[in-house]
Design a protein around this ligand. Structure first.
Ligand SMILES: Cc1cc2nc3c(=O)[nH]c(=O)nc-3n(C[C@H](O)[C@H](O)[C@H](O)COP(=O)(O)O)c2cc1C
Length: 169
């Protein structure tokens, strides 16, 4: 799939079939995640692939809007213990966002459905997911990407708005 096609085709998927996500696909998604840019290439992240259905249920329960019958998830985690110092400390958030978008686009490319469920900076879901996954305090869940085989095939959508573009030349 061409990148432009994947950009328009990627939509949040909230209905999944019963088919599981293969190990191969999970592996592809992890590679996509770590291909993303990272401030000073620090890469202060960890990715938890959840294929165990019981653990997945527990993760979904930590979130308000995530009960969509997905069959797998990747929890994107920022490790603030490995983050850059001083004013650059918060760059871990942008690193994790870039990795997340890479995963979503590669999932689209593989024919998988996905939806980005926000966690950081909400304190309660952060604490709950840390408990479910047995994370250290410095490991901050950034988001949960739900995954599976989509039930629907929505039309590609272009949300371009000319009034939001400001060219200075
Ligand atoms: C930071 C962030 C948090 C989000 N959290 C949720 C969520 O908790 N549950 C959900 O169903 N969708 C969530 N979404 C998906 C958005 O609702 C979705 O991207 C938006 O409505 C645009 O639709 P599209 O993804 O189909 O283009 C989140 C997206 C972002 C970027």
């Amino acid at each position: 799939m061409e990148l432009k096609e994947a950009l328009l085709k990627r939509r949040s998927c909230r209905k999944y079939t019963d088919e599981l996500v293969s190990d191969e696909d999970m592996n592809e998604l992890m590679h996509a995640a770590m291909s993303g840019p990272s401030a000073m290439n620090k890469r202060p992240w960890d990715f938890f692939g959840i294929q165990d259905q019981e653990v997945l249920k527990k993760v979904v329960k930590c979130l308000l809007f995530a009960n969509y019958g997905a069959k797998a998830a990747i929890v994107v985690v920022g490790d603030v213990g490995r983050a850059l110092p001083l004013q650059m400390k918060e760059f871990w958030v942008q690193d994790c966002a870039a990795a997340t978008e890479n995963i979503l686009l590669r999932a689209t490319d593989l024919g998988l459905g996905s939806v980005w469920c926000g966690v950081y900076p909400q304190k309660k879901p952060i604490a709950k997911i840390q408990e479910v996954l047995g994370l250290k305090e410095k490991q901050v869940p950034f988001c949960v990407i739900l995954l599976g085989h989509p039930k629907d095939d929505p039309e590609p959508r272009d949300q371009y708005e000319e009034k939001r573009v400001h060219i200075i030349k």
